[in-house]
Design a protein around this ligand. Sequence first.
Ligand code: HEM
Length: 513
Amino acid sequence: GLPPGPPTVPLLGNLHVFPQHSFHYKFTEWARHYGGIYSLKLGPDTIVILTDVAAVKELIEKRSGSTADRPPMYVAELVTGGLQMVLARYSDKWRSLRRTAHATLTPKASLRHIPIQKAEATQLLHDILHDPEGFFRHIHRAANSSIMSVLYGKRSPRYETQQTAAFYKMFHVWEEITAPGATPPIDIIPILKYIPERFAKWKQICAQTRRNQRDLYFGFLDETRRRIQSGCENGSYMEEVLKRQEELGMDTEMAGYLGGALIEAGSDTTALYLKSLILALVAYPDAQQKAQEEIDRVVGEHRMPTLEDLEAMPYIRAVILETHRFRPTPPLMVPHRALNDEEYKGFLIPKGCTIFINAWGIFHDPMLFDDPERFMPERYVLTVNGTKPELEMDASDLRPNFVFGVGRRSCPGIHVAQHAININVMFLIWAFNFSTANDAEGNPISVDTFKYEKGIVTGPSPFKCKITPRSAEKAELIESEFLESGETFSKFEYGLDRVDKEFVEKTRAASSR
Ligand code: HEM
C-alpha cells in the first residue's frame, strides 16, 4: 500500500539511485513522474516525499500529532543530548522547548526587537557601501549580530568579533557532522554506535562540538543572567526566558540549548535568504528596476524606508515572497517522521517512515505557477499565493507563509525572521544597484542562479556582482543613519574587546565626517 516510486533493487531499494546532495532536484524530477506523493526505499527504511500542498495540509498540519516527530539522529543526540529543538524527537523535552518558544516569540514580543534589527540592517548598508565585494561576510555578520542581539542582547560589530567568529567556526563543523554521509549509517545500523572513540574520528568531532556548543551557549546564558542581576537589561529574549524560567518549566540545561537552537536556526536562514535576493536582483534587472521605482515613489529621495512603508509597496512585498518561492532557503524544510501508520488517498504512510516536504518541487510546479523557473514578483501581485490566475485546482493551502512550514513543527521564529527580512529587503533595494560584474577584459560575468551550496538550508555559492549606491544623497543618508544607530547599538555593545571598541569608534568617527 505504499505510495508509488522508482523501481527498487533487492536489499538496496533505491539507495543506488539516491542523490548524494541537493536532494530537492532529484526529488522534484521523481515527483513529476510519480506524483505529489511517492515513496523511496533506502534499505529497510521508507521515505515519503510530499510535493502536493493538499497532502502537506492533511498529513503535516491536520494530522500533526502523528507526523511531528523527527527522524532519529544519533549524532544530534550525542552532541546536544536531544535538546536541539530543530532536530529533537517529538518528546517531552521538545514540548517544553516549543512551549517556551511559543510563549515568548509572539508577534507582540517580536515588535520589541525591531529597533536593533533596523540598526543592524543599517550597518549592513554601511558595510556594503564601504566594501561592496565583501557583501557575503557583511550579510552573515549582520544576520548573526541581529539574532544575537535579539536573543542575548549582545551584538557583534565585526565579522571577526569573538562571539560571531566562534559561533561560525563551531557551526560549520556542526553542519558538516550532521550532513548525510558524514558519519557511518549509525541510525540504520545502530551497532556502529559502539565503535570506540579512538577508531571513530566522527565521535571525537562530536565530543569537541559538544564542548564548543556548551561553552558558547551556556556562556551567553551566564552573561545574560549577570546582566539581569546588575540591572543592565536591554529587553533581550533570553532575559525574558530566564525571568520566567520557573513558570515555563525550563531548567538551565534546557534554557541553554533553547537559545543555541534559536541562534543556529536564526542566523543563516536570514543571511542565505538575502544572498538569494541579491542573486535574483542581479539576474533579473527588470524586477529590480520595478522594485526601485516603487520604493522611490513611496519613500522619495530624502529619507530611508520604514517598516510602515511596506503597506504601500505591493511590488516589494511580492519581491519578498518571490525570493522565498524562487530559492526557498530550506528547499525540503526539515524532515518529519511518522509516529503511527497513516492512510492517505488509499496509500499507507507507514509508522517510522521519514517524510520530506518538497517545498522546492511545490514552488517550481508548472501546474501551479506560470514559468516557475523565472524570478517574477508580479505573480504575487496578481494572486495572493502567486499561483496562476486561471488555476483550476484549489491552491488556497499554499499560504504566503508556507515556506515557514505548517503544523506543530512550523517555524517559531517566523515573526522575528519576517521583520528582519522586510527591513533588509527594503533597505538593500532602496540603497543600491546590483548588477553583473565585469572581468579583466570588461566582459560581464553572468551569475548562475543554480550554483547553490549543499545543506538542509542552502544559499548561493560565492558569486561576483557590482554593488553601487543609487545616489550620492543615499550614500550620505546611509552614513548619517549609521551614526544615529550608535545610540541603539550602545545598549547591545557590552563586553567588547579592545579591537572591537577601536573599530566601533573609528567607523563612527568616519561616518560623522
Ligand atoms: C528565512 C527565514 C526562515 C525560514 C524560511 C524558516 C523556515 C523554517 C522551516 C521550514 C522550519 C521547519 C518546519 C517543519 O519542520 O515543518 C523551521 C523550523 C524552525 N525554525 Fe525557522 N525559518 C527561518 C528563520 C528562523 C528564525 C529567525 C528562527 C529563530 C529566531 C527560527 C527558528 C526555528 C526553529 C527553532 C525551528 C524548529 C521548530 C521545531 O522543530 O519545533 N527560524 N523554520
